[in-house]
Design a protein around this ligand. Structure first.
Ligand SMILES: Cc1ncc(COP(=O)(O)O)c(C=O)c1O
Length: 283
């Protein structure tokens, strides 16, 4: 059983006992972060931790730790240099036994950190993923990495009910495709890269790395959201997050994307991403 850090103490993960009165549990009143670790080192740990701190500040939960202290706690939780793992962090507003929505809340934030091994499902032999367009039914603060993810879960449930449990849900907001249910969106057309701007979507750290790679490889990038019609006519479509890394989409609803196979630009970016994650290659 891997080690967890919970409210000031290290303990086996299965001994963590969350109070039924924790506001994270009752109201989804909490912020989380997922940080991939390769060869014992966080990939862009600073960006992930900055996002955690700005999410906490956005919802008015005071971070119990400084950036340096967060780093120290995570170092103690990392399982060992060999495992590819993700560090999961959740900070809730804390326990208040009145179960009341109202403020002021006198509780101290609860902090949980643990590590679990993971393997990205995507490699060079990956055949590509299908996607479905859906209306974005999330709240209006999608830049905050909050644990209240019911709308995202409902998007996946919809896919499941439609018999497509492995598809990605791509969200349309005001006529534009802005993000996927748990990843950022990229499109390639005539060797130009397009990705929705980070106003009211999650500023993905993987997205940030992909944009750095694009710069290094001298690709032209436009931060604009495509409409559904434009997206369906793209040469390539990808989604990105810290666990699946860079995943090619080969069909959206009934429309094949490009050749119907993962594209050459995806392959180039995927390879650069691997160098970055293993060798700390500077992009
Ligand atoms: C809605 C959403 N967008 C984008 C991302 C990608 O973020 P990152 O690349 O930092 O993992 C995630 C990751 O969970 C997400 O849930």
């Amino acid at each position: 059983m891997s080690l967890a850090f919970f409210n000031g103490k290290y303990m086996p993960l299965n001994e963590v006992a969350i109070s039924p009165f924790d506001r994270g549990f009752l109201f989804g009143d909490s912020i989380y972060e997922v940080i991939p670790v390769y060869s014992g080192k966080m990939l862009e740990g600073e960006l992930h931790l900055q996002r955690l701190l700005s999410g906490l500040s956005a919802v008015g939960i005071e971070s119990p730790y400084s950036l340096l202290e967060w780093r120290g706690l995570i170092t103690n939780i990392i399982i060992g240099a060999e495992a590819t793992q993700m560090i999961y962090i959740q900070v809730t507003r804390g326990v208040e036994e009145s179960r009341n929505h109202r403020f002021p809340i006198k509780a101290l934030p609860s902090v949980l950190i643990f590590a679990t091994p993971f393997t990205s499902p995507v490699d060079l032999s990956y055949p590509g993923c299908f996607a479905t367009l859906q209306t974005d039914k999330r709240w209006q603060n999608c830049h905050i990495k909050a644990t209240s993810l019911l709308a995202n879960v409902m998007a996946y449930r919809q896919l499941y009910l439609e018999g497509k449990p492995q598809d990605e849900a791509l969200f349309i907001r005001n006529g534009y495709v802005v993000e996927a249910a748990s990843s950022n969106l990229f499109m390639v057309k005539d060797k130009v890269i397009y990705t929705p701007p980070i106003d009211n979507i999650l500023p993905g750290v993987t997205r940030h790395i992909i944009l750095q790679i694009a710069k290094k490889l001298h690709y032209q990038v436009h931060e604009i959201a495509p409409d559904a019609n434009t997206l369906e006519k793209a040469d390539e479509v990808w989604v990105s997050n810290s666990i699946e890394e860079l995943k090619p989409i080969i069909k959206i609803d009934d429309h094949c994307i490009g050749s119907g196979k993962p594209g050459e630009v995806w392959r180039e970016f995927w390879l650069h991403y691997q160098s970055k994650k293993w060798d700390g290659y500077e992009v």
